[in-house]
Design a binder for this molecule. Sequence first.
Ligand code: AMP
Length: 456
Amino acid sequence: MKATAAGLFPSSVSDPPGRDAARVTTLMAAPFIADASMQAPRGTRDFGPEQMAARRDVEARLRRVFESYGYHEVQTPTFEHLELFTAKSGPGIVDELYAFEDKSDRELALRPELTAPVMRYYFDNLKMAPKPVKLFYVANCFRYDRPQAGRYREFWQMGCELIGDAGPVAVAELVAMGVGLVEAAGLTHRELRLGHLGILRAALHAQGVPADDQRALMRLIDKRDDDALRDALPDAADADALIRLFDAPGLDEVRDALGDADAGGALEEVEAVLANLEALGVRRDAVRVDAGIARGLDYYTGVVFEIDAPKLGAEKQLLGGGVYALADVFDEPPVETAGFALGFDRLLVALDEEGVPGFSVKGPDVYAVAFSEAAVPTILACAARLRAAGARVEVEPQTRAPGKALGRADQLGASFALMAGDRELADGVVAFKNLASGDQASVPPETVADRWAERA
Ligand code: AMP
């Protein structure tokens, strides 16, 4: 193509019509990425090898806790019908969602949480299963939140749903499991708070707040925004009485603050859960009764609880859950349900704050290297045998001189080096070196897997 004075774009006089447009299109579809697109989108993160090693390690420990309480893992789709979330939380939730239409005009959303999806799955598949049904999940969630430390647009939740029993034994087990998760992660500074929506509703009712207005107040109560609460309460309501109730440090003080308000058995339920928790090893002084936990949403009905990492400031809530009723969203008969979600990323931030030691990426079990081209097939065959025996093997793709090879094995943090050159080939052996002890053996290539098995 002829270069023109006009620069990159040829003049339309010298080029046939159509050609310019084609060239512009080619330029726009340039095969390189603009600077801004090189970064992960706002509120999302890349996790490098060290971070993934740490995340997987903590995750594995937490999975074992769920399993030790008889929970089974499930997985649901990353996106769902938008209606699943609006039916549960109201149309206002759309602003907080990654909602979109697909190519067939279906209204969908990336999941912001998993309670609704897991309950959808339950009603679709497990309704007839013997109760209680105990399900847990580990999954990424998406919210159009304002990103800050501990708050992301893509984050991971580990959570569970307990379906078919929300009595004081089942709920105490659920709460103890929540504590067990945080404990298994190694976090020392944590605070468990436990309340009951029956207490909160009774107090609001006693203050003359109509049921319809209670939902709007829940958010302010949850945030403990006492000034906004005072402004929002009807004139007749005694905001200070409510705040005294929220500040009450124990069940006796809550009872006093409630006065004549009828909490419909909520206090007794909390008492029973606390007793069961104690039997499960969660001491009473490790639980703060908090009548001000509202959980923001109005589908919670009974005991509610949260675990905080106090050191994290505004984003201190690690875990939240309680007894809820969601069956009507699915047009199903009521079933007792309870659950919680743990913010996995926040847990890791909290561990980091406490200085829980980080994790390093594990080196390979065996570094396998050929000193000559002729030895390559032998080294590859040995690597295959070792892998079949369960070893993690790093094959050096280039031939290396012995000194360089050992340097590289050391750099990788390998436990063993498997080496062969022309001399080993001639002797019908490979060299297998324990890099910690320095012991080296010449072994027939067919026996490397046995050598590996004998390593301890
Ligand atoms: P929720 O479903 O809102 O009750 O959240 C349960 C837990 O998920 C919270 O206690 C947080 O630990 C965590 N979480 C919620 N939103 C975010 C977010 N945007 N980024 C990171 N963690 C979050």
